[in-house]
Design a protein around this ligand. Structure first.
Ligand code: PMT
Length: 413
């Protein structure tokens, strides 16, 4: 449920900091990656070592650390997350946030971020009820900061009242809800997307293969754009040199048959976009050993057809999940005409046709000129960057789903 989500967990001072250790585990077992910032106060209660061991990542504790800054500046730290969670959030850090102070790494990350922030307050009941804390909370909530708790109960200090940190399952539930709730800038929250990208490699022998010129730029940009709009996105990619886009889960495959398997494992999803340049054929009897030259005689290769991933996803019987299937057509002539026929043949809902003749520079290039073909007609898009084309497609996918009811998309649903 949190596959591919990146959470920056800021642990401030308070006895409840021990719960942050369990929170890291529970978020990670749901697929999130968790990076921790530990304040000086927080370090009085839990150690950087325990957070590092549980998060399997570096823990950030200092603002003016030469090594931390050279590896990952504090600005990047605050932006390379989908959500910042402050748990426990002490009265002190809430006051710093409200006032916009930036005297340590935690406060700086919170001031520098452009990502949503969730606070999980924990403090003594009198501190929680103090007019200063009330005003700080009101200020933060007016700015859109999300809050979980605090709850009432016995306190470590011996008093009773509101101020206890919310329990870990309730924090996890709030985080899950956050990622599943569509907001104006995340209209695809709660939807699942599958994107194929890049070429496939079909082995001839252990050292040779059949492939094509796809770089993965278009498919990766689409996966990133869908994820940015809030979709839980699985990118199934053939061999490319691009890094995995942030905030999604990537599955790396080689052949068309591997790609089909990975796609089937990702189901059910709401939308599938097949941008990969899948090899139509593979060598029938790929050899286990390198084929040797024999007296100038060239080996003959018999090709057999690969499974058609797009067609398989589009024509699945019964309750098809993806409910929206988007294919691509790589054409070198009669682009729209051929692609219109291809859409019918493959059974997908939408199809983006592009010219892949060498002169177009589409393969491997940074721009694309697409034609979106649907049952009701063709939309010609001007030439634009692959990133812009991806954003435009993701927005149209979001528009398509805007008024459609949510159906459970989890495994086995
Ligand atoms: O990766 P880039 O360098 O950025 O280039 C982008 C691109 C040109 C690869 C991309 O925009 C594109 O056109 N992708 C589809 C390439 C392709 O294989 O087209 P096709 O017309 O051969 O196939 C039609 C559709 O069927 C495609 O959605 C393809 O993913 C799918 N297919 C094809 C064969 C197969 N065995 N299984 C499939 O799923």
């Amino acid at each position: 449920m949190l596959q591919g989500r990146r959470i920056l967990l800021i642990v401030s001072g308070g006895i409840a900091a021990y719960k942050a250790l369990d929170l890291v585990r529970r978020l990670r077992e749901r697929g999130a990656s968790v990076r921790c910032v530990l304040t000086e106060g927080g370090a009085q209660f839990v150690t950087p070592l325990s957070l590092a061991a549980l998060s399997e990542d570096k823990v950030y504790t200092e603002l003016f650390s030469l090594t931390d800054e050279s590896e990952m500046g504090h600005i990047r730290l605050s932006r390379e997350a989908d959500l910042l969670v402050v748990a426990p959030a002490s009265a002190d850090i809430l006051a710093k946030m409200a006032a916009g102070l930036a005297g340590d790494i935690a406060a700086t990350a919170l001031l520098a971020t452009d990502k949503p922030v969730m606070i999980v307050p924990a403090m003594n009941v009198r501190m929680w009820e103090h007019a200063a804390t009330r005003a700080n909370i009101a200020t933060l909530e007016k700015r859109g900061v999300l809050r979980v708790g605090p709850v009432s109960g016995d306190m470590a200090c011996g008093e009773y009242g509101e101020g206890r940190m919310a329990e870990v399952p309730d924090i996890v539930a709030a985080i899950l809800k956050f990622f599943a709730t569509p907001m104006p800038d995340r209209p695809l929250a709660g939807r699942r997307a599958l994107v194929t990208s890049g070429p496939t490699r079909e082995p001839i022998d252990p050292v040779r293969f059949i492939a094509n010129h796809s770089s993965g730029k278009q498919g990766h940009a689409i996966a990133e754009a869908l994820s940015r709009l809030g979709a839980e996105t699985i990118l199934v990619s053939g061999p490319v040199t691009l890094p995995d886009p942030p905030g999604l889960s990537a599955v790396h495959v080689e052949s068309a048959r591997d790609m089909l398997r990975a796609c089937e494992q990702a189901l059910p999803v709401d939308v599938a976009v097949c941008a990969a340049a899948v090899a139509d054929w593979r060598v029938k009897d790929a050899k286990d050993q390198k084929i040797k030259k024999k007296n100038g005689k060239s080996p003959s290769l018999t090709l057999v057809e690969n499974p058609d991933i797009l067609k398989t996803l589009s024509t699945a019987a019964g309750n098809r999940r993806p409910s929206l299937v988007v294919g691509f057509a790589a054409e070198t002539e009669n682009i729209v005409k051929n692609a219109t026929e291809k859409r019918r043949r493959k059974g997908c809902d939408w199809l983006l046709a592009n010219d892949v003749s060498p002169a177009s520079g589409t393969f491997g290039g940074d721009s694309n000129r697409l034609h979106l073909i649907r049952e009701d007609g063709v939309e010609d898009w001007p030439k634009m960057s692959k990133a812009d084309a991806a954003t435009r497609l993701a927005q149209q996918v979001a528009d398509h789903f805007r008024d459609l009811p949510f159906r459970p998309a989890g495994k086995g649903a």
